[in-house]
Design a protein around this ligand. Structure first.
Ligand code: SF4
Ligand code: SF4
Length: 379
């Protein structure tokens, strides 16, 4: 009896700090930081790759993780949906259009997208992100986002930013959590040349500012190269992100896929991840900078590894379900097959013959993907 009372007193005294400690350990492992980057519906957001703390979508995500381990089957937590097969830019590194050559031919209509969102949510997907081509060219995008039950899932958009400013208000009204605009260089000349669209840099900046005015969380997604690291251009983007008061910077490393398939240098002489992560840790430790999500850390086998077909998948504008945006290997099409069936097939294939996916994975083309260097404290 005495032990029971003591246990209850200890629970009351320590449960809050215990929950906080779990939160902090998880965030340090997953994100390499534990900064609150912003607030969505009154709840703390740590990254667009996570549902907000204490939210119903987080409860959804956690319960699915529990079920996943109980049934010993991976369940999807994050799905990217391509909503259009067109784009107004011609980026040097684009992997989208080359991948589309191998996939279906009719873009999903509104009813199909609505049905897809319902089935993803029924299957427990807690983060639904929209990509393209250029997703803002799909004028129905706010209506598509409005279809999401916000008690179950949150959503983000990845855009080149050209059409963003005039759409910010409707995206906010639709309930979007975060909008990511791409910036690959800290100045207009270099960015516009890389994306082959004059004026894009300024339009993206205007879009980011408009999102902030309308109370949307905003992010910058950037592709980092060895040259960008060496020249300091990557750090200048972080300074620009701070100046623009964006909430998150998402860092992808350039991959030898799509228009960069010829870039054998990217696999033969991979990015200096140790240096990249040192920079990321330095700015993540500074509360005046946005949170930085570094894909090179995330897919590192010692942290999370390749999540394609394990926690994540990509659905092309044609409805083809693929392991990820960079691996155009459709396992099925949602126009004729239930999403859950395609997912289970993909997850089983991934589990049983990882080579099939890993051989065509950008990351596997590198000589090694192991732990990269030590981490600095972010406290
Ligand atoms: S904005 Fe995206 S889809 Fe359009 S060309 Fe650039 S990388 Fe490709
Ligand atoms: S297949 Fe490659 S690009 Fe896709 S999620 Fe895995 S590591 Fe990342």
């Amino acid at each position: 009896m005495l032990d029971k009372v003591r246990y209850m007193v200890a629970t009351l005294r320590h449960s809050m700090s215990y929950a906080n400690a779990i939160n902090d350990f998880f965030l340090e492992y997953y994100l390499r930081h534990k900064k609150i980057i912003g607030w969505y519906k009154g709840l703390p957001v740590y990254s667009s790759f996570l549902t907000p703390g204490l939210s119903k979508p987080l409860a959804n995500l956690l319960s699915r993780r529990l079920i996943s381990s109980l049934i010993d089957k991976p369940l999807p937590g994050i799905v990217h949906i391509g909503v259009t097969n067109t784009c107004n830019a011609k980026c040097e590194h684009c992997s989208f259009f080359t991948a589309m050559d191998t996939l279906g031919t009719r873009v999903m209509d509104f009813a199909e997208l609505q049905k897809l969102i319902r089935s993803l949510q029924a299957y427990g997907v807690a983060i639904i992100n929209f990509v393209g081509g250029e997703p803002l060219l799909r004028k129905e995008l706010p209506d598509i986002i409005a279809c999401i039950d916000k008690d179950k899932s949150v959503s983000s958009i990845y855009t080149n930013g050209w059409f963003l400013a005039p759409m910010a208000a409707s995206l906010k009204k639709a309930g979007t959590m975060l909008v990511n605009a791409s910036l690959d260089a800290p100045d207009a000349e270099a960015h516009d040349a890389f994306r082959r669209l004059p004026g894009l840099f300024e339009r993206a900046l205007e879009g980011i500012k408009a999102c902030r005015r309308h109370g949307l969380l905003t992010g910058i997604s950037t592709t980092v190269t060895q040259e960008g690291l060496a020249s300091g251009s990557f750090e200048h983007i972080l300074h620009l992100a701070k100046k623009l008061r964006v909430n998150e910077v998402i860092v992808f490393d350039a991959m030898p896929v799509g228009m960069y398939s010829h870039r054998v240098d990217l696999s033969k002489k991979p990015l200096d991840r140790k240096k990249l992560l040192e920079i990321v840790d330095t700015y993540n430790a500074d509360p005046s900078y946005p949170g930085i999500f570094c894909y090179a850390h995330f897919r590192d086998t010692i942290s999370f590894g390749c999540s394609a077909g394990r926690n994540y998948c990509y659905i092309s504008p044609y409805g083809d379900v693929c392991p990820c945006d960079f691996t155009a290997m459709p396992v099925g099409n949602i126009k004729d097959t239930e999403f859950a069936r395609i997912w289970l097939k993909m997850a089983a294939e991934k589990r049983n013959s990882s080579n099939e996916y890993m051989n065509s994975c950008c990351a596997s083309q590198e000589e090694e993907i192991y732990h990269i260097g030590s981490r600095k404290s972010t406290s």
